[in-house]
Write a protein that binds this ligand. Structure first.
Ligand SMILES: Nc1ncnc2c1ncn2[C@@H]1O[C@H](COP(=O)(O)OP(=O)(O)OP(=O)(O)O)[C@@H](O)[C@H]1O
Length: 610
């Protein structure tokens, strides 16, 4: 959304709306500083005129006093405005970060992570310069210029006219350049965003880049972004240079005019002191005016960046949700995880203690139910086509099927990353739309295929869902997930810092850390997506035992390509092209589902029953 000069100032006013008292105090300081600055030429005139009589001491002392007082008040005013600028950006960044973490899931596919990051870091920095620096210059420059203008009009209207003419010409040049500066600034910021996004893309896939010897290609690709930023930056610099030389010309031109015309009149009606005073006022007018022009340029640059910030702030977040009937055990109810699951003791931090919670009527309902669920990421390209399944409160349910059948999508719906187009997802027998997302999510733990490891210690990673977890609980999940060896081996054990995205761990270790993290929360429903894909046979067997134990304490839904992982599941659903085409135990499916038999055959897993 493009704004004119007035729109830009209105935007700045909107951004600084919460800081009016600070602006008012700063304005008073600036005014006082300016008044003292403006008084100095008058005193200087007196000193020059009084020098002939040798009585300069008192006016000299007054001048020095004014000088110091002006410096102090101006510094105080500037500090207040600068602090206000920082405050504006802090608010902007808080809002942006909060927004970016809550975007609708589809938006993360549409926007590049690096670009979103650069909106929080680089773009806001440019806006800060405009909000803090430019506002300081605009306020103080405008005030000083106004005062100087009035005093010059009083001293010598003719000379003022000359100064006004040169400054007016400079103002004309400046205003014609402003929209170009804003557009070039936006181009620069977009290019910088592209650099971040491309860099993030490369660093996130470094092994792939290295093994395909693509460093040069990637460097060239990022190089084109850097060049685009350079071109846009140079264009901005060109416009800024023209602008500043126009202002410079105006400054020098007005001084020359005043000197020549004023000098010619000295000795006539005018005194030398008056000329000195006028010259000083001219500098008090022209120098601050040039900083006003500079500030306007900065604001335009800031607007270029702010448009990107605003764009991010306008991205859709997860849709608003209905809150179920408040019955004391609903989404706002206080019943803990343990109460809901029947586990030995409550677990999880305060922010996870908002479970959907079973009511008396739903106490015996399944933990998760899909009722004729249809879903598509994009209209006209259905992924789930009428899926119905249920996961009881205890026991292990498995979901198998070919790649792309929609298994992970089903998990995403269970985690309420997306809402079905038709059909209903129920938690403990209660339709999801009746519950908050937080309530639904607080019931589940999800280990997805990406096994997210965040930069931090092993302890941080294990206790991510519950940073205040009891050490004995952490030990429990370490044993359950077969991590004891890893903890012993890592330097510093649990305090060992894991690299970015867990780069210092093996795939299987990452998977087990993710599993332990999920188990720590004692979820009512545990969703495991391909939990054994990176595990060796020994660890797979260990995990199968963990799943068996876990299924006695909570509802467990497992996606597996390896049927060996789930052949002991209480029920297996076979998903094919978004439809459940068969269901039963491993043995039952081997008997009556040709598609399942085919899967098993491919893995040489046909049991004796076959
Ligand atoms: N975020 C997304 N946006 C658009 N389409 C998607 C998205 N995620 C998945 N899909 C598409 O939806 C379909 C089902 O994907 P899904 O990941 O659910 O399959 P899957 O059964 O889990 O596959 P796999 O076993 O390989 O993990 C695929 O065609 C996939 O391309």
């Amino acid at each position: 959304m493009r704004r004119g000069g007035r729109g830009a100032v209105a935007t700045m006013a909107g951004l600084t709306a919460g800081h009016r008292p600070a602006i008012a105090v700063a304005t008073v300081f600036t005014l006082a500083g300016s008044a003292m600055g403006l008084a100095q030429p008058l005193v200087a005139r007196n000193i020059v005129d009084a020098a002939r009589h040798g009585r300069v001491l008192v006016p000299l002392l007054v001048l020095m006093g004014l000088f110091v007082a002006e410096a102090v008040t101006s510094a105080a005013g500037r500090f207040l405005l600068e602090r206000m600028g920082e405050g504006v950006i802090r608010t902007l960044r808080h809002g942006l970060v909060s927004r970016l973490l809550r975007l609708d899931m589809r938006e993360y596919g549409r926007h590049r992570t690096g670009d979103l990051i650069s909106r929080v870091t680089t773009d806001t920095t440019v806006v800060r310069e405009a909000a803090a620096q430019a506002l300081v210059d605009l306020v103080s420059g405008a005030l000083v210029s106004l005062g100087a203008l009035l005093l010059m009009a009083w001293l010598d209207p003719l000379l003022l006219l000359l100064v006004a003419a040169t400054v007016g010409a400079a103002a004309l040049v400046v205003t014609t350049l402003l929209s170009g500066i804003r557009a070039a600034s936006e181009r620069t910021q977009r290019a910088v965003g592209d650099i971040s996004a491309d860099l993030e893309r490369v660093l996130g896939a470094l092994p792939m880049v290295r093994v395909h010897c693509a460093e040069d290609r990637e460097a060239a690709r990022i190089g084109t972004r850097i060049d685009a930023a350079y071109t846009a930056g140079v264009h901005t610099a060109k416009l800024a240079a023209v602008m500043s030389s126009a202002v410079q010309l105006a400054v020098h031109g007005s001084f020359l005019l005043v000197l020549v015309i004023g000098g010619m009149r000295v000795g006539g009606a005018d005194s030398l002191g008056e000329l000195v005073a006028f010259l000083l006022y001219a500098s008090y007018l022209v120098v601050p005016l040039s900083s006003v022009f500079h500030a306007v340029g900065l604001i335009q640059r800031g607007m270029g960046a702010y448009e990107r910030v605003e764009e991010a702030m306008g991205l859709p977040v997860e849709p608003a949700e209905g809150v179920g009937p408040v019955d004391g055990t609903g989404p706002t109810g206080a019943s803990g995880r343990a109460g809901a699951t029947g586990l030995a003791e409550p677990a999880g931090p305060a922010d996870r203690a908002e479970p959907a919670g079973p009511t008396d009527t739903t106490r015996h309902a399944d933990a998760l139910t899909f009722r004729d669920v249809h879903f598509a990421y994009h209209p006209g390209r259905p992924v789930l086509r009428g899926v119905s399944l249920s996961v009881p409160r205890r026991g292990q349910i498995a979901l198998v099927g070919c790649s792309g059948a929609g298994k992970t999508t089903l998990f995403s719906l269970a985690a309420r990353f997306y809402e079905p187009q038709t059909g209903t997802v129920l938690f403990d027998g209660r339709p999801a739309p009746e519950l908050t997302r937080r309530a639904c999510r607080s019931r589940i733990a999800l280990v997805d295929q990406n096994t997210h490891i965040v930069h931090g210690t092993l302890w941080d990673n294990l206790t991510y869902a519950d940073p205040g977890a009891d050490p004995s609980e952490v030990q429990r999940v370490i044993q359950q997930a077969n991590l004891t060896d890893l903890v012993d081996r890592l330097p510093g054990g649990l305090s060992c810092t894991l690299g970015e995205r867990g780069s210092t761990l093996s795939g299987g270790e990452r998977q087990r850390v993710a599993l332990a993290r999920a188990l720590l929360t004692r979820p009512a429903l545990l969703l495991l997506d391909e939990p054994t894909s990176h595990l060796d046979a020994l660890n797979e067997a260990a995990l199968t035992r963990v799943m068996h134990d876990t299924a006695r304490q909570c509802a467990l839904l497992v996606i597996a390509h390896r049927l060996s992982t789930v052949q002991n599941a209480d029920r297996i659903y076979l998903l094919d092209s978004g439809r459940i085409t068969a269901t039963g135990t491993h043995e039952e499916l081997l008997h009556h589902s040709p598609a399942y038999r085919e899967l098993a055959d491919a893995q040489t897993l046909r049991g004796p029953a076959a």
